[in-house]
Design a protein around this ligand. Sequence first.
Ligand SMILES: [Zn+2]
Length: 257
Amino acid sequence: MQTPPTVAVSPGRSTRIAIPALFGYRAVMETIVTVFAHPDDEAAGMGGTLWLLKDQVRIVLLCLTRGERGLRPTAERGELEIGKLREGELRETARLLGADVRFLGPTDGEVYAHREICEDVASILRAEEPTAVFTIWPIDVHPDHRAAASIARRAMQLSRCTAELWMAEMGLSQTAQFDPDICVDISSVVEEKNRLIRCHACQNTDDRLVTQTALLNRLRGAKAGVTAAEAFKAPLTRLAGRVSLFDRLPCFAPPQA
Ligand SMILES: [Zn+2]
């Protein structure tokens, strides 16, 4: 297939834009990539932001595991079946977002930032050429979450990916030492975010994941007097004047702690 023309949209970066069929090109949107550890991380951590972006960018959800150990195994349902169940739940989330989803090889609870997985993610980044990468804030009680953050950063280095990198928080009882750089006002899409979380039904008994996530989002929103917000942190200093994905979203800078 021919490569669509490239048009500079901001200093130092470019993106492929949609070209009408008149010219025989497939329409190509700007791409963002998420690197999370388990099905449900994407919805709980940044489902509102993904919903706000879904018609503006192409979303690729990388999931390092199938969450095989997210339920207690039984004689009838082992880790393989649990993984299939949770894979289906993430695929439904992706369908609602119009996103592509890719699963990597590690097993739930055994994610390590070794060379092979970093190279696998790097090859996806090379192919997708994202303008933004999202992953998990690395100070987290779950070792898979910590590894996801490490893999994302190492893969960006290996692939020479110059996308902006943002890290999401996973929950009040999981993320630690998280002092956000930016918050997205998701007040207008709270119900849509809850819909994404409820796709992960096996992790949402008694609507607990929705309730826990809503509490966190309300706390973040309260800092700016909005109903709900998702918070992100940049591991690197933002470059002054650089155009950010967040420039197109309803954002606020949280008060410094
Ligand atoms: Zn997780």
